[in-house]
Design a protein around this ligand. Structure first.
Ligand code: FAD
Length: 386
């Protein structure tokens, strides 16, 4: 990635910085975080101090003001070593960029500076026990208390990354008339109950939880976006940045699969030959290499479109996420295959890749939901019917 000719000198320097940080502070420890089911808070703070957590937050709010490509490179470098830690960049950015675009000046000043430093960790709370892909159906309610500027928040959010340790949640719901709403609430607010979710297939270190809100008071000043415009405009912006992160982090995972497979295939011998000399093994490695190059180009293309505010950036990001997550899942399956029994044991990275890669096809839009959108768009664009 470092020598990619499409990167600027500054982007290459940054990537080198991310890569070196990951080599020293992340790669040797992810196995333990996965086993103990939690990336330590101190590691997240370290990422904050290094400027990684708020890299893409605008400079005026204390962030690094990075372009989308640089943010993507961060996710590639970390995604190769720890999907769980990389999830910090995903969700923090989803909330921060939503506030940067749709928040009031007071909200931006209050939250973005500490979020940029990693002093405050935020979760993006959309999914509910009965509501997944169909976000228009959210059942959480924001009800005006009847006096003053207070609303009562009621509902349950599930599978929310980092929410077991987050300081604030950006919660999505509706008012009693069905107008979509969102608001920021502290995790310590009265009426908030956090139930950590352990034993996930992948992302085991990402501190998921179920959050229950029971008559939690939320001040009108903490509402984000105008009622009714939240699900059509506010939430999609956060999800867009979540997809940029996931596309690149999947690409990093794919690179890790290729590195692991190529190393193992050059060392392991069967039938008096290195297994890399068996055609079937080479075929799997070739496909990984081809997919890696394609995923990198799709991710770069999407972020370059984002950086020039091109209207087609949304679709390019969807496509990059769709391709990279599927390619990572395929590569992880093949890495286990190439390693045989060794790939089936938790002590080897292949087993982690396999578990984490599957999750990539579910978060930030499942494969099927992305096919619904992209398939329709491609039919419209490529149909020769008048
Ligand atoms: C590790 C992890 C972290 C997560 N973090 C967060 C988070 O931070 N915040 C948050 O809000 N959520 C989070 N989620 C939840 C995630 O966003 C949802 O899992 C995702 O939106 C899919 O919803 P669902 O799991 O309820 O599946 P469903 O929406 O119930 O889908 C079930 C199946 O039906 C398919 N399907 C659904 N609709 C269609 C359709 N129209 N056409 C064809 N097939 C369809 C899906 O593709 C899937 O295969 C996380 C999930 C995981 C696993």
């Amino acid at each position: 990635m470092l020598n990619h000719r499409l990167l600027t000198g500054e982007q290459k320097t940054r990537y080198h910085e991310f890569y070196e940080f990951v080599k020293e502070h992340v790669a040797p420890f992810d196995h333990t975080w996965d086993k103990e089911q939690g990336v330590p808070l101190q590691v997240m703070k370290q990422c904050g101090a290094a400027g990684f957590v708020g890299g893409i937050i605008p400079k005026e709010y204390g962030g690094g003001g990075w372009d989308a490509v640089t943010f993507g490179l961060l996710n590639e470098a970390f995604g190769a070593a720890s999907s769980s830690l990389c999830a910090l960049f995903t969700v923090q950015t989803m909330v921060a960029m939503t506030l940067a675009k749709w928040g009031t000046d007071e909200q931006k000043n209050q939250w973005l500076h500490p979020m940029a430093k990693g002093d405050i960790i935020a979760s993006f709370a959309m999914t509910e026990p009965k509501v997944g892909s169909d976000i228009q159906a959210v059942e959480t309610t924001f009800t005006w208390k009847g006096a003053g500027d207070i609303f009562l928040l009621n509902g349950t959010k599930k599978w929310i990354t980092l929410s077991a340790i987050a300081d604030i949640f950006l919660v999505f719901g509706k008012d009693p008339e069905g107008k979509s709403m969102a608001g920021i609430i502290r995790s310590t607010a009265p009426g908030v109950t956090i139930k950590p979710l352990k034993d996930m297939l992948g992302f085991r270190g990402a501190h998921l939880s179920q959050i229950e809100f029971e008559n939690c008071e939320i001040h009108a000043g903490d509402l984000v976006g105008k009622p009714g415009l939240v699900l059509p405009y506010v939430a999609p912006l956060g999800l867009h940045f979540g997809r940029i992160s996931t596309a690149w982090s999947s690409t990093g995972l794919l690179r890790a699969c290729l590195e692991t497979s190529a190393t193992y295939a050059s060392e392991r011998r069967q039938f008096q030959a290195q297994i890399m000399d068996h055609g079937a093994i080479r075929q799997m490695i070739t496909n990984m290499g081809a997919d890696l190059e394609a995923a990198r180009l799709l991710c770069l293309n999407a972020c370059m479109a984002e950086d020039v505010h091109s209207p087609d950036a949304i679709e390019k990001v969807l496509l990059a996420k769709y391709f990279a997550s599927r390619a990572a899942a395929g590569a992880a399956t093949d890495t286990v295959q190439i390693m045989g029994a060794a790939g089936c044991h938790e002590e080897n990275a292949a087993a982690h890749f396999y578990r984490n890669a599957k999750v990539m096809q579910i978060i930030e839009g499942t494969d099927q939901v992305l096919q619904k959108v992209l398939g329709k768009s491609f039919c419209q664009k490529f149909s020769k019917r008048g």
